[in-house]
Design a binder for this molecule. Structure first.
Ligand SMILES: *Cc1c(COP(=O)(O)O)cnc(C)c1O
Length: 390
């Protein structure tokens, strides 16, 4: 080993992403690099589309993985559906809803905001009120807001958008593969996610799905899509039957994504969603019995990302530093308005396990003890075990 080569330490990843990667996915990452038009590789792309459809809850033909991280999926959806002067309704109840707002403004769409205090979902009655003005082309929403740990209820807002003929653009980055997503039932026209959260692969790909209506809208714009790279009509010439070169698709990342989706299929989607829910409930029971508090009301909590309030007088950075140095454990700090107020504990994909729940509770109690805060860790472990054994 060369002394000047920095080595990647082995971590336990329990933050907002990336999460731990299954050994079978690491093996897939060592697949030989092959060409992006190799017939063997084109089969891999088709299989990825076929495996993604049930996870998104859709029959959409255009269901694929764009190159780049979740943000590239976001940009693909925004850039294809919005053009200058389009009226769009952007719901913001956290950091990522605001990122969609920024992108919509860069497309020179005419943005109307429905803003909600961080820690709560967007209220359907406020969306109903805003939609009364009429004429909105797109409504944007974040299903699982990773900055706050809030799950957005979808049914009512989906009905409202349908009634107004408004397209829905949905961020499913922290839900896809961990929480039920029903693109077709909700009438979502453009949805996106990423490879490194509940799907459990490394970052670098963004699953997306576009309804036929959205594909049509993108193909019949007044102005060409302002991103050449993410123009869905051009991407579809490569993904679809034409197989025209568009970019040098990463076979390495796509083999890893395929393996992750095969693992998901083997586990069974419903079993996987149930696992995420159970481990989340165990973590919450443990956290609360130990003497800590959750940020979000019980009915709005995400099973995949837990926001735990930082107790008064505790040094946030020192706790996270202690966890990383002492136990190799990574959790997330607060983003934006919640910086310094919460920790973000991810239970996604391979990282959503009983052992990780117990490990987190024990490690956190040591990190707090290091600052003189004594938690009832025994009660925490007991409460978590009760849920896990139920
Ligand atoms: C992580 C995340 C993104 C951005 O994904 P990247 O892979 O970091 O680009 C977008 N939306 C939500 C809700 C996220 O959690």
């Amino acid at each position: 080993m060369r002394a000047d080569r920095p080595e990647a330490p082995l971590r336990k990843l329990m933050g907002p992403g990336p999460l731990d990667v299954h050994p079978r996915i690491y093996s897939a990452l060592t697949s030989p690099v092959i060409g992006h038009l190799d017939p063997a590789y084109l089969k891999v792309l088709d299989r990825i589309g076929a495996l993604l459809r049930p996870v998104f809850g859709t029959q959409n033909r255009v269901t694929h993985a764009t190159p780049g991280t979740g943000t590239s999926g976001m940009e693909a959806c925004v850039a294809n559906l919005m053009e200058p002067g389009d009226r769009v309704l952007v719901c913001v109840h956290g950091y990522f809803g605001d990122r969609i707002r920024q992108m919509a403004q860069r497309q020179e769409a005419e943005v109307t905001l429905v803003e909600t205090e961080w820690g709560r979902p967007t209220d359907a009655t406020r969306v109903a009120e805003a939609l009364k003005d009429g004429g909105y082309k797109v409504l944007t929403l974040v299903h699982a807001e990773t900055s706050t740990g809030v799950l957005q209820p979808m049914d009512e807002i989906a009905e409202l958008a349908k009634a107004h003929g408004t397209m829905i653009l949905l961020d499913t980055v922290t839900s896809l593969g961990g929480i039920e997503v029903n693109v077709d039932e909700w009438g979502v026209d453009a949805g996106y996610s990423c490879s490194q959260k509940c799907i459990g692969a490394p970052s670098g790909l963004a699953p997306v799905t576009f309804s036929d209506r959205a594909v049509d809208v993108a193909a019949n714009r007044k102005h060409p899509v302002r991103s050449w790279y993410l123009d869905i009509s051009l991407l579809d010439q490569y993904w679809g039957p034409e197989r025209v070169y568009h970019h040098t698709s990463s076979s390495t990342l796509n083999y890893a994504l395929l393996e992750a989706l095969l693992l998901m299929e083997e586990e069974g989607l419903q079993n996987r969603l149930a696992r995420h829910l159970k481990n989340h409930e165990a973590l919450v029971a443990g956290v609360e019995a130990m003497g800590l508090e959750m940020l979000v009301a019980p009915e709005h909590r995400l099973p995949t990302l837990n926001t735990v309030r930082i107790p008064e007088g505790v040094d946030d950075a020192r706790v996270r530093g202690y966890l990383l140095e002492t136990f190799g454990l990574e959790i997330g700090g607060g983003l934006g308005a919640l910086k310094g107020q919460v920790w973000r504990v991810g239970l996604m994909g391979y990282s959503s396990s009983a052992e990780n729940v117990l490990f987190f509770l024990s490690a956190m109690s040591r990190a707090l003890a290091d600052q003189g805060q004594v938690m009832d860790v025994e009660a925490g472990l007991e409460a978590a075990m009760l849920v896990l054994n139920a």
